[in-house]
Every structure is written in C-alpha cells, then in structure tokens.
Design a protein around this ligand. Structure first.
Ligand SMILES: [Zn+2]
Length: 628
C-alpha cells in the first residue's frame, strides 16, 4: 500500500511525539526538551532526548533518532507503512486506499515475501514431509529438539534438482527475484535449479525477525562441496550488518545487559535450547564495525566465546579491536580444550556454562596468556613486541581512567615501569588518532557521497572554522522557522557550502520552504532519503548551538525569535567573512610564488576587491540588523 506524501505529513503533524513516546518511556521535562532512559540500549543515566519543538527524538548514547514514525518502527519493529497506520489510528485520520498504487508492493516487501514462502517450504520439508527424515536425524544426533527447530525455522532442501523451482512456479513467484535472492540458479543450459539442494537450512533473520537470507549446510559430507552456502547480498541483505540470532536474543540481551558472541549457527542454537538466550553468532565472517554498532544498541557488555584454535583466537583479537572502538566492555571466555559451545552445553549443561562465563577474563589477560603460550615472554626482543601489541588496543579506549587501570595491570603483571608503558601508549594513541581522523574523513566522504554540485568545489577545502560555521547554519535551518530559512536561502545558495552534504541538505530545506511545506525538523527529515545524512542531521539538531551559551548574555531579555534572527545574521556574516578570508589567505600564498609581475599585480588587485566585499558584507548585514 502506498500513502501519499502529504497524507503521511498530515498524520505525523496530528500526533505529538512527546505523547506517543510517553506511552513507552517515562519522560521528564528538562529545559526545552524531554529526557528519559533510552529504550534502544541499556543505560542508567538518561540520554534519550525528545524535542517537542522539532518533533524528533535522539539518543546521545546509541545514536538512535528520528521522528515519531521512526520511533514506532524501531520500538515495535514494524514497517514504515505500519507506523503511519498506527499513528493514523491514534489520531483518528482515515487513510483512503490509493487505488492505482495500493496493489503495488514495494520491491523489498516482495523479496521478504519470497523468502518467507521459501522458509516455510524448507521447514515443512524438514518437519512434515517423510523425505525429510534424514535431515531430521542429523539434528536429532546433534540433540536439537523439534521445538528448537521450529523456533529457528530450521529446514531442509531436498536433494533433487528443481523441487524448489517447481514449488515457486506453482505459487507464480517471479523467478528473476528468486534468482536475485540466490534461492535458485540458472545452469549453463538455461535450466533453473535449486541452489541449496541437499542442504539443511538456517534462515537468517533481521533484528526484527524477517527472513533476509539463508545459510545451507551439507550434512552428509561429500567431497568437494563447500560446507556452508550463504545467500548472496541483496537489497534486503547486507552480510556485515546482520548478526545471527539477534532477533531471538535481543530481549534477553537487554534484560541481562550482556551479550555472548559465538562463532557458529549451531553454537547459538544449542545454547539457546540449553537456556542461554543472550547469544548472537558472527557466523563465519569476522565481526564488522556495523555489527558492533548494532550490538551497542542493546548492551555495552560483550563476552567473546570463540573456538580455542588459532583461527578462533585470531578472530577474537580482531573482534576485540572493533568492539573497543565502540566503547564496549569486553571479556573473553574460554572452554576446555576440545569443546565448543555446542558440545559443552550438551555435555555439561547450563550451570557449568554459566560458570565459564563468570570466569571470563579481560582482553589483556587473554592476550598475554596467548602470547605466553607462544613462548613470546622467553625471549627479550619478542617480549618487547608482545608488550607493544598489548598496549595497542588500549589506545582504542576513549576513557582515560580505564586506560590507566589497564596500563597499571600490565605493569604489575610484567613488572614493568608504568612510565615505559605510558610512553608506548602515547605512541599508540597518536597512531590511532591519525587513524580516527582518517576514519572520520572517510565517514564524511560517505556522507558527501552525493556529487559535489560544481567541479571547482571538490578542490576547495573547508577549514575547520568554515566547517563549523556551515554546521551552525545547517542547525539553524532545522529550527523550524520559515523566516530564518528564507533569510539564509537569500544569502547562501546551496552551492556556496563547501561541504557537499551541506549543499544537499540546504537544497532540500530550501525547496520545502519554497513549496510551502511544513519546515519542522520532523517533517524535513522525511524528505531526506539517505539514512546516513538523516542521522547526521539529527545529531546536528540536538547539538547545542555553539553560540547558544552566549545568546542570553548578548541579548538579555530578548524574545527567542529576536535572538534567533540575530544569531542567524551573526553566523552568516562569520561564514561569508571566513570564505573571503580564506581566499585572501590563498592569494597571499600564491603571491609568494608568483613568477611574473603581472600575476602578482592581479593577485593584489583581487585581494583589494576581496577586502572591499568583506567590508561591504559587514555594512550590509548591519543595515538589515538595524532595520529589524
Ligand atoms: Zn540509546
């Protein structure tokens, strides 16, 4: 079903976000905003903020944020359309079915439907069909109960060439879509075949429980076949963004404020069946930064439980770094030799498993024990190398106190002077600092993925001062004041922003304003269709204005609107001035390397011109201010 844009806006405007969220979260008024404990991550001091003026929410802890629709989607794990319908119901607005497009499902919805149909088919093969016996026996041998098979939607793909193809044909399912989902393949003879034939099936769920992909495992091992086959990435599945089991585990993760990270599907399923439910699996890939961000929405406490083989240890070490960057508290648990989580829970039960988790150690102890086992502390040069390696991840921790405690623990353990370790740490932090700014820059590049409006702009570099002023101006655009937007639009055309993401945002806001649309932040956000830019804007609008502390002091007693318009003028003036100053400075640089007298003369003339426009700008804004 498709709901027209203006209807979506009408419904949104009819509900007050504070009232809606209050039904789920206890909010207290703090200044202009409302504050509460975030429902999306575990916290003890409230960082979940709702703005009534802007009709949006934002969590400073886990960075969740958006308008009332986004809140319902995230909280109730429903789709956008469902969120709109829910608000419509609350506000008593009826949505009339849009006749010519109501039948049209979104592309993604169709893909979800196909996966759901396939999942049901695989599950029926395993649980109902007689031919599924061999697969069921495999699970029985691994001590998996029928109920657990149901919980995780486990299934079986018959070993025949085209059982699924025929099933999909009967249901008139679009083969091209099934091909793009990797359920079926097309042979060299053009005949379609079942990709997962002969494998047992693990559906992979999104955090809100929809089937996004499948993993198929061979169970009567044949030579030459890969043990696991995974669905390819599609518009509903990005490998590095999914954690297996999260949809089943998330409530328990929140409740226990801890997550256990394991390697495989079977590890997770056996633990879950054994009563350990706060578990997710990275399943075959190295933990990604996105997975780590996803987890941090539920808890900051992670216990790694990877196999004790070399591959497992290497994976743990890599995961540690990724998790440290997200400020997670990391412990590492170790199982006795020869056991994996799956075998351990089946052999020893829940209580013994919990003891293992209780005995988990911090990453320094884990890493040093590993180096010890490699004999690295028997040799002076290797010891130095090992200690440097131990210090490196500490540099990723943002909390200085925590860093110092860990340094102390290493110093004690190896009987080394703290000063020495601190020097190593300092070096590592500097290295990391460079890394972070590089990361940040690349993040910004992602945000500015939209083409810069003019080629010359790509070469223009924004100084930190200009960058900050641009951010201030964008913040002002989201104050919800039409007059402010019009004023800014009149003085700064979109292409004048040096950061192209700012140009794009300004363009969207200006356009909404010209069209006469509502310019409240909650409504402007709906017009931005890039999620990264959306969260960038949300973070920005919840940041304090850099000048805000001074606002009241500079204009004591003035009305908010008056202050706002003064701040707008100030900011624009500063921005324009710094653009001109940057050009003047650049000309000065060019002057020193100019080769001909003519070139020099030209640059000097240009600078006189620039100085003049700088002065003119000052006067111009002054007059406007006086006429206010
Ligand atoms: Zn949060």
């Amino acid at each position: 079903m498709r709901i027209p844009e203006n209807k979506i806006e009408e419904i949104r405007a009819a509900a007050n976000i504070v009232d809606v969220i209050s039904e789920y979260v206890q909010l207290r008024k703090r200044g202009k905003n409302f504050l509460g404990l975030c429902p999306f991550h575990n916290e003890k001091t409230p960082s979940f903020t709702v703005s009534e003026d802007k009709q949006i929410f934002h969590c400073f802890g886990c960075h969740a944020g958006g308008n009332v629709y986004k809140f319902l989607m995230d909280y109730e794990k429903i789709s956008f359309i469902e969120a709109v319908q829910e608000i419509a119901e609350r506000t008593g607005i009826t949505i009339e079915a849009d006749e010519d497009s109501s039948e049209k499902q979104s592309e993604q919805e169709i893909l979800y439907d196909i996966n759901t149909t396939a999942a049901k088919y695989f599950s029926d093969n395993l649980l109902i069909k007689k031919d599924g016996e061999s697969a069921q026996n495999y699970f029985h041998n691994r001590k998996i109960k029928i109920q657990t098979m149901r919980t995780f939607g486990l299934g079986y793909a018959f070993p025949t060439r085209d059982a699924l193809v025929n099933f999909l044909k009967e249901r008139k399912i679009d083969f091209n879509k099934a091909l793009s989902l990797g359920l079926i393949g097309s042979g060299s003879d053009g005949r379609l075949y079942d990709k997962f034939a002969g494998r047992i099936i693990f559906p992979i769920f999104s955090p809100n429980g929809r089937v996004v992909a499948f993993a198929g495992r061979v169970f009567n091992e044949k030579e030459g076949t890969a043990k696991y086959l995974n669905s390819p990435e599609s518009s509903i599945y990005t490998k590095g963004r999914i954690l297996y089991g999260l949809s089943h585990a998330k409530d328990e993760i929140r409740r226990s404020d801890r997550v256990i990270l394991v390697e495989g599907y079977m590890d997770l399923i056996s633990l879950y069946q054994g009563g350990i439910k706060n578990v997710v699996a990275v399943s075959g890939t190295a933990l990604t930064d996105e997975q780590s961000t996803l987890l941090s929405r539920y808890t900051k406490n992670v216990v790694l439980l990877f196999d004790a083989d070399t591959a497992g240890i290497k994976a743990s070490m890599r995961s540690i770094e990724i998790l440290l960057r997200r400020d997670m508290e990391i412990k590492i648990a170790s199982l006795p030799k020869g056991e994996d989580p799956d075998s351990f829970i089946n052999n020893f039960g829940k209580d013994k498993f919990e003891e293992i988790i209780k005995r988990s150690v911090n990453f320094i102890e884990y890493q040093s024990a590993y180096y010890e086992s490699l004999g690295m502390f028997d040799d002076v040069s290797k010891t130095a190398e090992a200690i440097r390696d131990l210090v490196k991840p500490i540099a990723l921790i943002k909390d200085e106190l925590k860093r110092n405690l860990l340094i102390k623990s290493i110093s004690k353990k190896f009987n080394l002077r703290e000063k020495l370790l601190e020097a190593e740490l300092e070096k590592a932090i500097q290295q990391e600092g460079k890394q972070i700014t590089a990361d940040e820059r690349s993040r910004l590049r992602v945000q500015t993925n939209i083409e810069a409006t003019t080629p010359s702009q790509i070469s223009k570099k924004a100084s930190p001062a200009v960058y900050n002023l641009e951010r201030e101006i964008i913040k002002l655009l989201f104050e919800g004041d039409k007059g402010v937007i019009e004023f800014i639009a009149a003085h700064i055309p979109p292409e004048e922003f040096l950061i192209s993401v700012h140009s794009k945002i300004a363009e969207i806001v200006y356009e909404a304003c010209t069209k006469g649309d509502d310019v409240i932040a909650a409504s402007l956000l709906e017009k931005i269709n890039n999620d990264k830019i959306k969260s960038y804007v949300i973070e920005l609008t919840f940041e304090k204005h850099q000048t805000s502390k001074k606002w009241e002091e500079i204009y004591p007693g003035a009305a908010y609107e008056v202050i706002l318009s003064k701040v707008v003028r100030d900011t624009i003036k500063k921005f324009k001035t710094s653009l001109i100053e940057a050009r003047i400075a650049e000309n000065h640089r060019k002057l020193s390397s100019a080769e001909t007298e003519n070139e020099r003369l030209e640059l000097m003339r240009e600078n006189v011109e620039l100085e003049r426009s700088k002065q003119k700008l000052k006067d111009e804004l002054k007059i406007e201010e006086e006429s206010l």
